[in-house]
Design a protein around this ligand. Structure first.
Ligand code: ADP
Ligand code: MG
Length: 222
């Protein structure tokens, strides 16, 4: 995966945030302050603008730029959390121009660790961690059994969806939603829902690139 694919990922994530702004905001109005859709749309659009302006040339530099944009522009608790995740992932990737599926798995794991270090949420607390943590595990399982980037990102995205569904039965124990106590039960967590969008964007771009390289005459060798 090269820098242009990482940029395509963030463009697709931004597109999904625009499409899902109202849905995320509706989820956040049930358990929080109804700003998660707006926050994520603003953050991802700022990330796209910064990428278009600065044109970072390595995967690590792309993710570092995204992290900076999210921390500065997203707002809410989710901005620094996601921003830290992207920055930790960037650090793991270093300055290599091309990233293997295994390295991307390490970067996702580093994002999870970084988010947990500053947010202190565990699985079951009804946060983005409930989508991200099973996604990281599922990604790694595919890599360990010899699967490729397309399989691993699809498995991660599917696991995140399952994690999101599980948040419905949970009571929030972290962030603003925790103030509402048992009233948060029965609703999906907004941050877990935005994590699903980010990971599904990743699965979409890797699947599209896999299809392109299978077409004769358009593969890496041509
Ligand atoms: P705010 O709560 O400040 O309004 P957002 O609405 O943008 O911020 O984001 C809320 C989401 O942030 C929650 O749905 C949850 O997934 C996530 N979140 C909040 N606190 C934490 C935490 N400590 N660790 C991980 N995720 C968290
Ligand atoms: Mg909110």
């Amino acid at each position: 995966m090269d820098a242009s694919m990482f940029r395509a990922w963030i463009h697709e994530a931004a597109r999904l945030m625009v499409d899902n702004t109202d849905r995320l905001t509706r989820l956040d109005s049930a358990v929080g302050d109804a700003d998660h859709g707006i926050n994520m749309r603003r953050g991802l659009q700022a990330a796209v603008a910064m990428l278009d302006e600065t044109g970072p040339s390595t995967p690590g530099a792309v993710l570092a730029t995204v992290g900076r944009a999210l921390i500065n522009k997203t707002g809410g608790a989710s901005g620094p959390l996601y921003g830290t995740g992207f920055r930790q992932a960037a650090r793991t990737l270093g300055e290599d121009p091309e990233v293997s599926a295994a390295r991307l798995g390490a970067a996702l794991a580093a994002a999870l660790t970084g988010i947990q270090r500053i947010g202190a949420a565990l699985e079951g607390d009804k946060t983005m961690i409930d989508a991200l943590s099973p996604a990281v595990t599922a990604y790694q399982a595919v890599i360990d059994s010899g699967g490729d980037l397309t399989d691993a990102t699809r498995a991660a995205s599917d696991a995140a969806v399952r994690g999101l569904k599980q948040t419905v039965g949970m009571q929030a124990r972290k962030g603003r939603a925790s103030y509402l106590g048992a009233r948060t039960i029965g609703h999906e967590d907004p941050g877990a829902a935005s994590t699903v969008l980010i990971l599904s964007a990743l699965a979409t771009v890797t699947a599209a690139s896999g299809r392109r390289s299978e077409r004769p005459g358009t593969g890496a060798a041509s």
